[in-house]
Design a protein. Sequence first.
Length: 487
Amino acid sequence: MRRLLHRTLPLMAAAGFLLAGSTDALASSHMDAPLITLDDAANTTDVYAFVHDENGRKSLVTALGVYPFEEPGIGPNKFNFDDNVLYAIHVATGDDVAAGYPTYSYEFRFRTKFKNRKTILQSYLDVINDVDDAAQNLTQFYTVTKVDGRTGRRTKLGDGVVPPNNQGNATPFYNQGDNGENPAKDGVATFEELDKYTQQSIAALDNGYIAFAGQRDDGFYADIQAVFDLLKLRNPGRDSQGGFNLHLMALAIPVDELGGDRQMAGVYATTSRRRFTVLADGLAKSEVIGDWVQVARQGNPLFNEGLVAVQDKDLYSRTQPSSDKVLFSKYAEKPELAKLLNRLVLEPDIPGIETGRTDIAGIFIPDVIKVDLSTGSARLAGGGPTHPTNPDDPGFSRLSIFGDDVLVSQIQPGFGDGVIPGGWPNGRRFGDDVVDIAVTALISDLRTSPPIIRGPAGDNVNANDTAFNKVFPYESTPQNGRRHVHH
């Protein structure tokens, strides 16, 4: 970042979209606030949202990850979704986008079943040939429910099953050559090429919705260790999430279910727990009761962690985007992170980036990922531009608009002729280098016309450690617990 490229992008001239889509922050390190770090099953990692065609139907693809830094293979127990957590992906439409209210919420509720409790083998009794066969001792099932935020009406969309985690020999079909001794399979470009467990776990719900819930590779890539070690960046950087998995919930929402595609949508996610836990019979039994209490939320990468002060981080986790303007605007308009960059990284300092950042407040207040539903399908990442079987889509850039990856809007002028970012901050795709995009935006001046763009700049980690899939659920195959490597 000490060698910054100073240039002006004419495409950045339209202030109207900047207020809907400019950014700051360094991305999610998955440890956003003090209290939620004690609750891995409810600890959100990243939220994704982008437009794509699913089974011939234009859809808003959304996803939420939990369980940061999940070790791929452990025992005798394993990582699971929590039956006592309410996981929710929220979508705002119309006036609700600016107000920060969820027009629709999509709730994932899980239930866990055992085939045999009289064994130490919690999860794998033998080689699992098919999802929920006799060898998969612990199987989780889930229900997806749509909640209309305006009327309170609840509609069950359907049920799904969670595939096993990738332990290794017990789960060979995740891995190369269907052999548990080998690394996980590479990313693919078609449904037919997905591993058998993933294929069997993609759920077709009512009204054209598509869902998945299960273990995946953590597709966020960044040198978070260096960022939070006094911003002592290194070259090359090291992917702090390399070799780790997470648990992902993905939901493809037909845009006609949201009222059509001539509009913006805002996406964020929350996790909640019941207010009380009642213990009985010498702690042998417990019961959770009471109303749901929100314990975490996630919108754009790293607003809470990168901008909000320690004294308010847990408050952010408990509140809704509708309160962001009152509670958190000050952190976006006067980002401490910009001050730290000037102090610790930039030579010479860049004047004017530390205060009055109405451009930064434009994206984070309220903190929802804004997606223009009127565009064509987003370009997708695969295994890089030169991957022999699963290359990135033509025109895809990890840097979004800073890499000339753009889409055309039918509802807003954008930066001229409807041109808007192809990825974050217009939605967020798997593969978007949100660290480099965000740092570039933060050190630039997006308040002028035309804006001054300095960069690209970032952390010197430019790709995920495994290839993405270019078909639902998009996140990479979960890493093999027997063969993963932490870089």
